[in-house]
Design a protein around this ligand. Sequence first.
Ligand code: ATP
Ligand code: MG
Length: 584
Amino acid sequence: MKETNEEPRTESISFVEEIVKTELEAGKNGGRLQTRFPPEPNGYLHIGHAKAIAIDFGLAKKYGGVCNLRMDDTNPQKEDMEYVRAIERDIEWLGFKWGKVLYASDYFQQLWDLAVNLIKQGKAYVDEQTSEQIAEQKGTPTQPGVNSPYRDRPVEENLRLFNEMNSGNMEPGRMVLRAKIDMASPNMHFRDPIMYRVLNMPHWRTGTKWNAYPMYDYTHGQCDYWEGVTHSICTLEFVSHRPLYDLFVDWAKQAGGDDHPLDDNRPRQIEFNKLNLTHILLSKRNLLILVKEGVVKGWDDPRMPTISGFSRLGYSPESILSFIDKIGYTKFDALNQMSLFESAVRDDLNLRALRVSAVVDPVKLIITNMAEDAVEVYDAVNNPGNEADGTHQIEFSRELWIERDDFMEDAPAKFFRLGPGKEVRLKNSYIIRCPETDCCRKDADGRITEIYAELIPDTKSGQPNSNMKIKGKTIHWVSCRHCVEAEVRNYDRLWMVENPRDEISAYSKEHGVEGIDAMRPFLNPESLEVKTAYVEKWLTTRKPLDYLQFQRIGYYNVDPDSTPEHMVFNRTVGLKDSWKKNEN
Ligand code: ATP
Ligand code: MG
């Protein structure tokens, strides 16, 4: 796998778009563009799906076509309506609109009829071998396979057995329907692929009507064709399936009376590389394990690489789409650095986040030359990069919370924050100075409980002494009487290793364990730190998906669990990349 961490090109169009554009210009498919996004509703969508969504919906949108949402629900064991709703929500959140919502199960009858037609033409047969026998006689890429002893059974018998497969009385695994193609084909997918298997299981949409269900390969191309899809965009693992995809489309066309297999008006499958990021594990099967085992709180836990997880963490849809655009679509597998994604998110939030004050590790600061009941009110700029975002009011008073590490009693010369005799500016307010002696009070354990400082008059912005030169930095604060307590959830990476998928699989082989047991050694035990912070009162007016910057601390977002009485914030990303040193 090639590692890429360069900033890839932005302006050129992808090879997929190039194909679509060229064909549209040539008037292919009557100038029509129709794509589909085909998720299996067996889990929530993850960041990899966002890449597929961006191209399926993105091209349709850009070139005046339509993209349908097609639920690939051929596997009744694992699918659920909850997932369908979640998929729809995530696509909408990303900003896309589908033409229709379609289901592969809508075509079960049509697929069945086609299979019957193919049996009649001698193109399909019922095989009674075990799956082990079938696998064995399939051969290898360098060795031709062996024909099944059932390959040439009479059509009538095939029809009878195929019906029995769907009767509900056939035990799963007893027989399958296979396409009769070529057991010596260099393409393994042509070696009599399975079209139907018996599951004897009700389907959440078709009920008990079907007991035998079609396989993915026998379903996808025909659905595309029957719907009028012009470009069936998918990921690279389907390259070797493409000839079979085309063959089944040909068979569907012929069965429907359209016997021009080589004409242009047929769906064209185009494959691009999957999105793959360091430090995360995709694939719904694995994500389901994390949810079921309670490693995370649900599919939308901010540590999950799901679209809903990233949304809850505070990533904007724009930042996800712009990152996907940056890494682009190619024909080569790549592994992109998570830090590149995070830096795209930081750039995005820098433009949109409202600047607010929160003190996450508080210690009290007393402004000794300010009256007990005095209050000053300031207009704090919401976003220095965007005047239109306006201002909001903050209160200043005698007792403030500041960060504990903004004060040091035995400060080295290079410590430019508070300490005996040191001066700093309070953000939006005065310059203050700590006395040389007796500048703080401690408890019995020697822990600082209060810090004292005096404000220097006329040093607020716009006042005569505002330009006073000091060595100290600007620090943030909140007024004790004008703040609220809030829960702050600082999320960190869920996986400690760069490539969890490979590590888990190696560990699983070495130790003979599976599922969560193979995952545990690589999970970060400190992926969530919960803290109590003091935040300015104005934040009680903020809602989920309001993007925020806790000044000097990081980017934060209001969690859906939050109420004005008990605010909860999620750390989206730090202000700087604290992981870089570990990655190089
Ligand atoms: P998973 O293995 O995570 O469940 P999947 O490929 O089985 O993923 P589907 O629901 O079948 O998930 O996929 C829907 C669409 O999303 C397919 O077209 C698939 O190729 C695409 N897709 C899935 N994972 C990625 C990825 N990492 N990058 C880009 N596209 C992806
Ligand atoms: Mg899948």
